[in-house]
Design a protein around this ligand. Structure first.
Ligand SMILES: [Fe+2]
Length: 209
């Protein structure tokens, strides 16, 4: 049989940057923000987070933003075909204690979202990404022990084991969740980012944070 050629049509980019933040900065962020994350999250009693932060709220966030922003430009070039000016619209720190979880969600009013892992992550509570759930059509599935999962039949993907300082970027529309954490407190810095403007043959839209 001639060798067939398969093309992955319209793939979704997911970018991982190992050691994007150095461990000194990571330690500073953990020390500073583990005391101020006092807002409860309604998806889990063991999940809390800070209020929305801006880089100007702390010199540590200025340093983090300086390291994250060039990666936004590269990721944004995949999404929009151009190296645009990008800014971090909001940042926040999540504290996921033992047993805590984050329900499936995506991020509104944003184009690139991302996470910096600040503490070791238990393998069971790696961030999981899902295809957007349907709901208005009947569903057909071939789902049993003999099925081999691949990029064309799976509906979720468990992201690689992160280390403290690692950064991941993904389109803000992508659904994601964190399964229950059986390990120690898991701390992450999350953020949303917007481009300065988009231009569709002269029809322009500008964004501000
Ligand atoms: Fe999220």
């Amino acid at each position: 049989m001639p060798k067939p050629e398969v093309t992955g049509l319209f793939p979704t980019p997911f970018m991982r940057v190992p050691s994007a933040l150095d461990l000194n900065l990571v330690a500073g962020l953990v020390a500073h923000f583990s005391t101020v994350a006092d807002l409860a999250n309604n998806s889990s009693p063991n999940l809390s987070h800070t209020a929305m932060l801006r880089p100007s709220d702390s010199p540590l966030l200025v340093d983090a933003a300086a390291l994250i922003t060039p990666q936004l430009t590269e990721f944004g070039a995949l999404l929009f075909g151009e190296r645009l000016g990008w800014s971090l619209k909001e940042m926040w720190v999540n504290l996921l204690d033992t047993g805590g979880r984050q329900a499936m969600h995506n991020h509104a009013n944003s184009f690139i979202s991302g996470v910096v892992y600040l503490t070791p992550t238990h393998p069971d509570s790696r961030t999981v990404f899902m295809k957007s759930p349907g709901g208005l059509d009947f569903a057909f599935k071939n789902d049993h022990a003999s099925v081999v999962s691949g990029p064309y039949n799976t509906d979720q993907w468990i992201s690689p084991q992160p280390q403290p300082g690692d950064l991941v970027l993904f389109p803000s529309y992508l659904m994601h969740a964190v399964p229950p954490n059986p390990g120690q407190r898991r701390i992450t810095l999350a953020f949303n980012a917007i481009p300065a403007r988009l231009d569709s043959w002269g029809y322009r839209i500008a964004f501000s944070g």
